[in-house]
Design a protein around this ligand. Structure first.
Ligand SMILES: Cc1ncc(COP(=O)(O)O)c(C=O)c1O
Length: 383
């Protein structure tokens, strides 16, 4: 089969490759402990499921949804942003429903990037920033996230000719895969950069609610001027264990939201209304369920981090996200050793971009018992 050239240029989707390796091991009878993919093992809270069931029984929800999302859903997003970040959004023009934040990230370059324009992407980073740029025929410029800079990009290292040809920048804090967080002063710098170079900022805040030790992640939109230069992609996936439901939102500049909306109108028909109604319940009910999830992740994080330290690894305990980013010599070798000798899946950092080399990512989306079992197996391999 002759595929279009753009498919030839795509890097292999890392998680699909890992899935194949995992399946092979399982077929060999190995009891694989999967600390690879960032998909919560916790169930969606029951009040959200109840809201879906009730909404799905109403035939009014069975039709094509509104392209921009139900107004009631967008109002719920605005209310959540007000309560959580003290940000005022106009639900009619500054909020858009997404079929998961991945969908918004995948489509936004189509609205703003012309062939040959640069898109500034973090490396390591969520792979979709790269592929969505390729689909829009843009060029990616990798911004290395280095440990010595707290895994924040150094804007001053971007060459001026690249700045001049850049249309869009992706940022993501709390960060996948490094688990790093960003202070508001970093977002202020990003807004200054965007104003100076006329670059749109797309901040991916998918992990804002998964935080520990009293840390509360900010929204990029809290910074003065951010609403003029950027949007935030957000999602119910990680916050409410709803990855399979496919519901998220974009919030921010009305002009940018309108551009993304024009792409979406032509390629999708929105999220199922019943799911949006369940989303309203999630966003507007008590957020105790989120605290409960964070308590579960915190216990797992502490078990994994202290176990890794006992094994002699140097590792930072993340204040947010459900990822632990471990420094190793060679990421592919380490991941292969983990799978072949311990039956444990971790994600090699190189899969998130060149600057991810030298690290692997553990996702703490498995029970404490399984994490303890993984550490026990690692003792057999590394002790
Ligand atoms: C950084 C980041 N952004 C966005 C997403 C996409 O999430 P969703 O499409 O489920 O909202 C993910 C999923 O793993 C992610 O890690």
């Amino acid at each position: 089969m002759m595929y279009a050239q753009r498919l030839e240029h795509l890097p292999p989707y890392l998680f699909a490759r890992i899935d194949a390796m995992k399946a092979e091991k399982r077929a060999q009878g190995v009891d694989v402990i999967d600390l690879g993919v960032g998909d919560p093992d916790l169930a969606t809270p029951s009040h959200i499921i109840d809201a879906l069931v009730e909404a799905a029984r109403n035939p009014a929800t069975h039709h094509y949804p509104d392209y921009t999302g139900m107004l009631a859903f967008r109002e719920a997003v605005a209310e959540w942003y007000r309560n959580r970040f003290a940000i005022e959004l106009d639900p009619k023009t500054e909020v858009l429903a997404l079929i998961g934040s991945k969908e918004g990230i995948a489509h936004i370059p189509e609205a703003f990037v012309n062939p040959g324009d640069y898109v500034l992407v973090p490396s390591p980073g969520y792979p979709v920033y790269q592929t969505s740029t390729l689909f829009a025929e843009g060029k990616t410029w990798n911004m290395p996230l280095l440990e010595e800079n707290g895994f924040l990009p150094d804007f001053s290292a971007i060459p001026s000719d690249v700045c001049a040809k850049s249309k869009l920048m992706f940022l993501n804090y709390p960060n996948n895969p490094t688990g790093a967080i960003a202070p508001l002063s970093f977002f202020e710098e990003a807004v200054e950069f965007a104003q100076e170079h006329d670059v749109i900022i797309v901040h991916d805040n998918a992990y804002s609610e998964i935080a520990f030790d009293g840390y509360r992640a900010p929204s990029f939109l809290e910074v003065r001027g951010a609403m003029d230069v950027g949007v935030e992609m957000h999602s119910l996936s990680k916050t409410y264990n709803m990855t399979g439901w496919r519901i998220g939102m974009a919030a921010g500049s009305a002009d940018i939201i309108a551009g993304l909306g024009r792409v979406k109108t032509n390629v999708d028909s929105g999220a199922f209304d019943a799911i949006q109604m369940a989303g309203i319940t999630a966003l507007t009910s008590s957020q105790e369920c989120v605290e409960e999830s964070c308590a579960v992740y915190k216990e797992r994080r502490d078990v994994l981090v202290s176990g890794l330290r006992e094994l002699g690894f140097e590792v930072t305990s993340p204040k947010a996200t459900f990822y632990v980013w471990l420094k190793v010599d060679d990421s592919m070798d380490f991941a292969a050793k983990m799978l072949n000798e311990a039956g444990i899946v971790v994600t090699p950092g190189i899969g998130f971009g060149d600057a991810g080399e030298g690290y692997v990512r553990f996702a703490i989306t498995r029970s404490v018992e399984r994490i303890e079992e993984a550490l026990e197996r690692m003792r057999g391999v590394f002790a």
